[in-house]
Design a binder for this molecule. Structure first.
Ligand SMILES: [Zn+2]
Length: 302
């Protein structure tokens, strides 16, 4: 996928002074590019609802006022409250490196104990870091930005908030018991966005916290120093190679395929159909060759 035209913004860390220098188009994916900087105080592109709004996307700002969408150009002017990842940019298509300003970081909850880490969990990919909390604990915006999604998913995130941050990251805060913010609301780092809870598919009170760049989640512990409730540095150098070193695992997981058992199926029939062996099916599914198959059972064959 072609990368949108990017502006390199020379960033004086933590200062409000910045200069926007346009670069030639589509340089973002070439190797050995200098890191792209995104200035939290001067995100590129101003959008008026009348000019850019897609009425189907429910794009509406209060008072029709001019609002600067953080990292708008980087995100190819896509701003919707309907989809968590409308960008569909693969990890392979990300820029090689991007400087992320972490100066205004605020730890989201009172507790800093991690219950469950980012990565493969029970055969599925867990895109967040689960942080322990007590129901009713205040959950705060970790960086400044604009709220993109406030929604509820009964079988998933429960009550959750997605914020596009000025530093170009997006965060997901899920399983909340209550939300305090609305779509398109500007938030400062540290602002309360909701209360901790156990809503959605959750086995106990915790904050499911994700950081994403161009829709792709990465391990928050690469950037956040949990024991000290801060970030490791004022600038985080996000790189395709290190930040997204779980890419191979994701691809492996995506390649997994299942057969749904029907009447008359046997392991050898299934093995023949998918050109594999009974031994391989047994290994992938942790079953024995003599195991009885149930109709509707999922048998992994790849
Ligand atoms: Zn989680």
């Amino acid at each position: 996928m072609k990368f949108p035209h990017l502006f390199i913004i020379v960033l004086f860390a933590c200062s409000s002074i910045s200069y926007a220098i346009p670069t030639p188009p589509n340089t973002g994916t070439k190797p050995n590019n200098p890191p792209l900087s995104v200035n939290p105080s001067a995100s590129s592109g101003q959008v008026t609802p009348s000019e850019e709004a897609d009425p189907d996307e429910g794009f509406a700002f209060e008072n029709d006022s001019l609002i600067t969408i953080p990292a708008d150009e980087l995100y190819n002017f896509t701003w919707t409250s309907r989809h968590l990842n409308p960008y569909r940019i693969s990890i392979d298509s990300l820029p090689d490196s991007v400087e992320i300003d972490c100066c205004d970081f605020v730890f989201p909850v009172p507790n800093n104990r991690i219950n469950s880490n980012f990565g493969i969990r029970r055969g599925r990919f867990h895109y967040g870091t689960d942080i322990a909390l007590t129901i009713g604990d205040t959950v705060r915006a970790t960086f400044s930005g604009i709220v993109r999604i406030v929604d509820y998913e009964r079988r998933g995130y429960g009550h959750y908030v997605v914020i596009r941050h000025n530093n170009s990251l997006e965060s997901v805060s899920a399983h909340l018991s209550k939300t305090f913010v609305t779509t398109n609301q500007i938030v400062e780092a540290g602002d309360p966005i909701g209360l901790g809870g156990n809503s959605g598919r959750s086995t106990g009170p915790h904050l499911h916290y994700e950081l994403r760049f161009l829709g792709n989640a990465f391990n928050t512990t690469k950037l956040i120093d949990y024991p000290n409730k801060t970030t490791f540095d004022d600038i985080y150098l996000l790189t395709k190679k290190h930040t997204f070193n779980h890419n191979a695992e994701l691809k492996q997981l995506a390649a997994v395929r299942y057969h749904i058992v029907k009447s008359g199926d046997t392991l050898s029939r299934i093995a023949n159909r998918y050109r594999t062996t009974v031994g391989n099916l047994c290994r992938l599914n942790k079953i024995k060759a003599t195991s009885i198959l149930r109709i509707g059972q999922r048998i992994r064959y790849r």
